[in-house]
Write a protein that binds this ligand. Structure first.
Ligand code: FAD
Length: 414
């Protein structure tokens, strides 16, 4: 039977970052990946903070030649209102740009680069059963022909994303506190993109902040366009091969006809009920990373950054564990990742209550406040010197209330 030091489930950003880091430390690492790559994945707009993780895992250089669209900021719109954040203008010292990527190409290159380091990356190998114990972990998987195999590892990192292999097998899933939402999306040709138009992601909020539409321009001239909303709304937009979604994208007045006559590159796809949590992030012989832990909501494009952050930290802790050092998985891993997730939880809540919009669309937005919010939007959610990180749970509603009162008083006075 094959025996390895570390078995990683899934070759997305979390899995490849974790596997690469551990290979760099000299471990024998195998990845089992269910799909054949390249494969489509949603999650195309990265955050600057993830560049740190890709760099530390030794993967960033492999991505550079692909010439993905450089992302230098993000813009939010609602009707006539607009607020653009530029990452060069942020509070935390860090990366000022990142990429907007087609995940098929991005993830494929990450997997190739991980394999080039010496990690054994196996595609079309679906993990179907796992037994964990103090000494060894036993993993059963099925190959493309349906043949079953067994592999033993000293430790498992579950980076299976939406597959959530260990949360499913070990009954670790926890419902999300967010309203069940969904998304419907496709890629479109973007002939009306003008030179002056921003190449950065932009998001329009509508339906009284309950729904929003994203546009993520790619370097090949196409753009990803998706709509997020309550489950019923998305089911309606997605039915009949996304007929109503297409109509909406062509006619939504705030897009000013940008996609009025665009070809859709593939039939719209929908994803529903993606917000979910876990009761714990590590146990005997295993740790969870990326979307196997908790996924909140796509609004602030935080998914891949959490995947790379948790992939990297889970690998560091695994290294420590395999060195025979004591690891406090709750304190040194789960609490750290949870802290970052909780910051975004406050911002996601603030988006759907409208507090975030009240702040960013205010008549006057203080430049320091904007810089501090900008660092959250860049993914630097572990910087406790940033008041918009440290006081994340109270600062948005408090500030929104003050702004509303001030604007009301101004209106009354005018
Ligand atoms: P994944 O990328 O899902 O990779 C997991 C891999 O595990 C997959 O390749 C899968 O095939 C494999 N796997 C699954 N089951 C098994 C098994 N049994 N055996 C072996 N392998 C298995 N994030 C962003 O950063 N930016 C965005 O703009 C963004 N937009 C989003 C829009 C929507 C509508 C949604 C729902 C999410 C969005 N996300 C975004 C989130 C993003 O999709 C995820 O957070 C990210 O892909 C997680 O990476 P991962 O490595 O954890 O998992």
């Amino acid at each position: 039977m094959q025996t390895v030091d570390v078995l990683v489930i899934g070759a997305g950003p979390a899995g490849t970052v974790a596997a690469s880091y551990l290979k760099n430390q000299g471990y024998d690492v195998t990845i089992l990946e269910k799909e054949k790559f390249p494969r489509f994945q949603i999650g195309e707009s990265l955050l600057p903070c993830c560049m740190e993780h890709l760099t530390e895992a030794g993967l960033r250089e492999a991505i550079e030649p692909l010439n993905f669209q450089k992302k230098t900021g993000a813009a939010f719109m609602r009707g006539e209102k607009r607020c653009e954040f530029l990452f060069e203008d942020q509070f935390t010292k860090g990366w000022t740009w990142t990429w907007q990527v087609k995940r098929a190409d991005f993830d494929n290159r990450l997997a190739e680069a991980t394999r080039a380091k010496g990690v054994d990356v196996n595609f079309e190998c679906e993990v179907i059963a796992v037994q964990c114990g103090p000494e060894k972990q036993v993993v059963d998987y099925k190959d493309a022909e349906g043949n079953q195999h067994r592999i033993e590892a000293k430790f498992i990192i579950d980076s299976s994303g939406y597959g959530r292999v260990l949360p499913r097998l070990f009954d670790l899933s926890k419902p999300s506190s967010f309203t069940p939402r969904g998304a419907v999306f496709s890629h479109l040709e973007d002939k009306n993109r003008t030179e002056t138009a921003s190449n950065n992601i932009f998001v329009h909020s509508f339906d009284n902040n309950k729904s929003w539409i994203w546009a993520i321009p790619f370097s090949d001239g196409s753009t990803s366009v998706g709509i997020v909303g309550d489950r019923e709304k998305i089911e309606g937009l997605a039915e009949n091969d996304g007929e109503k979604y297409k109509e909406f994208v062509r006619n939504f007045e705030d897009l000013n006809g940008r996609f009025a006559d665009s070809q859709f590159k593939f039939e719209p796809r929908a994803i529903l009920g993606y917000s979910i949590g876990v009761t714990k992030m590590a146990g005997e012989g295993f740790v969870l990373s990326g979307n196997s832990t908790e996924f909140l909501d796509p609004i602030f494009s935080s998914g891949v950054t959490f995947a790379t952050a948790s992939g990297l930290l889970s690998a560091k802790m695994t290294h420590k564990h395999l060195q025979g050092e004591a690891v406090d998985w709750k304190k040194d891993y789960e609490d750290v990742i949870q802290k970052g997730i909780d910051v975004f939880r406050s911002y996601v809540s603030g988006w759907y209550t409208g507090d975030f919009q009240t702040i960013v669309f205010a008549k006057h937005i203080d430049e320091d406040i904007k810089r501090q919010i900008c660092s959250v939007l860049a993914g630097y959610v572990w910087d406790q010197t940033n008041p918009f990180v440290k006081k994340h749970d109270t600062i948005l509603p408090t500030l929104a209330k003050v702004i509303k009162m001030k604007e009301k008083a101004e209106e009354a006075g005018s």
